[in-house]
Design a binder for this molecule. Structure first.
Ligand code: SF4
Length: 459
């Protein structure tokens, strides 16, 4: 994640590189971070280079998020700052990409007429052409087409660009869009219907990454375990994809996020248990601990069926880490329903959780429902965070004394004498060691626990 600067910083004189430089401000999820990398690769393909800050860029792109209101407000705020910058530097190209671009193009044009183009989520490789056109002639442009499913088969998925710099860990999107239509969620509008990438494409990308030094991949999809429908090659269960990727030479670890609870089948649990490269961590979004709220959210599972998945995972893979997402203050949520969520959190003991206040998204059914007062939503969130923080620290303390495999990422940014990396159950560990061990797997004896991770020593 990069941080926006103030207008006065943006107004510094800009150097004139051979072709140009770009800066991408990213908000939102891992899929957006991955999209920003694809945008960057597309711009590098036409001779642009990344700039260290927006103050040094000839092209500034905002890769936006619409899941909550706050990142949208931040995007419009930065666009406001860029109006002044563009007046001082008329040659500057400003583009808006991502989910907010997909659904609010008209509003962006009205509120930020200095924007050169708006590019939706359909195929980000169009960004290169849009930048070229904007450099030649000033005219507001949009590209918002989302691929449609033609009958039962999907034959259009975004073009993936290659030529990535070597990296230890990589995100690999395997599925785009979503068919679940949760009543609070804007994603089916911003990213379209569920589309899976052909298996061979994914296998080839992971093979290329591993050959370049990648040791861990995280497979991305809105409902990643629903992968494999509507493929020309026929249905491919997600578990089969995991086993195929596990054959990749040089690859050590495979993660995935986020599975959809209803589609969590026994073959996936068996694969997590039996496939040595699949990591012992599952992020399974609960959202609410009350069945009536889950039904109003259109989540297609119950507290009981969700709890069964957690029980089955823990029975099959002792010690597996389970993390979750929870929304508090969904429209109509009563005190009693919120208390039910607290009880489920206490009972299921997640290792960690992303916890959010419900944020109404215009155009979704839940935005039209009767809203819980914001002060009450905030108070509930504070109680939930307090509970989950206690449980999370207890989970970390329970690991002290164990020895865990860690993929060493390199020195800690806060203390270069310490190395850092993640365990197979996705806990951050810090331990003394020399930087030349970066990129290797190591056994670490865990000796201390804190809120965000674990301390230890190399075995
Ligand atoms: S499963 Fe629900 S919350 Fe997740 S992306 Fe799809 S519609 Fe949104």
């Amino acid at each position: 994640m990069v941080v926006a600067t103030r207008p006065e910083a943006l107004l510094q004189p800009r150097p004139k590189p051979r072709r140009g430089t770009y800066f991408i401000q990213t908000w939102g999820c891992q899929m957006n971070e991955e999209d920003s990398e694809q945008i960057g690769l597309a711009l590098q393909g036409i001779g642009f280079e990344p700039a260290a800050s927006p103050a040094h860029a000839q092209v500034i792109l905002l890769n936006t998020c619409s899941v909550r209101r706050k990142p949208e407000d931040k995007a419009f705020s930065l666009l406001g700052e860029l109006a002044e910058v563009k007046r001082a530097n008329p040659g500057l190209v400003v583009g808006v990409c991502g989910c907010m671009a997909q659904i609010r193009a008209d509003e962006i044009k009205r509120r930020a007429p200095h924007v050169d183009f708006v590019l939706g989520t359909g195929d980000l490789s169009h960004v290169a052409g849009l930048v070229e056109e904007s450099l030649q002639a000033r005219r507001f442009r949009t590209r918002l087409e989302l691929p449609e499913r033609k009958g039962a088969v999907v034959d259009e998925v975004p073009t993936r660009l290659v030529g990535r710099a070597p990296k230890l860990k990589a995100f690999v999107p395997i599925q785009y869009g979503c068919d679940k239509f949760c009543t609070f969620c804007i994603v089916p509008s911003t990213r379209g219907r569920e589309r899976s990438r052909p298996t061979d494409d994914i296998v080839e990308e992971v093979r290329a990454l591993a050959a370049g030094g990648t040791r861990e991949v995280t497979l991305l999809g809105q409902t990643v375990n629903s992968y494999g429908k509507n493929l020309a090659e026929g249905r491919v269960p997600f578990s089969r994809l995991l086993w195929r990727l596990a054959e990749t030479e040089g690859l050590e670890r495979i993660r995935f996020t986020s599975p959809y609870p209803r589609d969590f089948k026994s073959d996936l649990i068996e694969t997590i248990r039996d496939c040595p490269k699949v990591m012992e961590h599952c992020h399974v979004p609960l959202q609410s601990g009350d069945d009536a709220v889950l039904a109003a959210m259109h989540r297609q599972y119950t507290v009981e069926s969700f709890s069964q998945i957690v029980a089955d995972l823990r029975a099959a893979v002792p010690g597996i880490a389970i993390t979750t997402d929870i929304i508090v203050g969904f429209p109509g949520e009563t005190d009693g329903q919120f208390e039910a969520t607290l009880r489920v959190v206490e009972r299921l003991r997640f290792d960690s959780a992303f916890m959010f206040i419900y944020s109404p998204r215009p155009g979704t059914p839940a935005a039209e429902m009767e809203q819980v007062p914001i002060a009450l939503r905030r108070a509930r969130l504070a109680r939930l965070i307090e509970l989950q923080n206690r449980i999370g620290i207890e989970a970390h303390h329970a690991m002290v004394g164990q020895t865990a495999e860690v993929l060493i990422e390199g020195p800690s940014p806060k203390n270069p004498a310490m190395l850092q990396g993640y365990t197979r159950d996705f806990k951050m560990a810090h331990f003394p060691g020399s930087a030349d061990r970066a990129g290797r797997l190591a056994q670490v004896r865990l000796t201390s626990a804190h809120r965000w991770g674990l301390g230890g020593e190399l075995v």
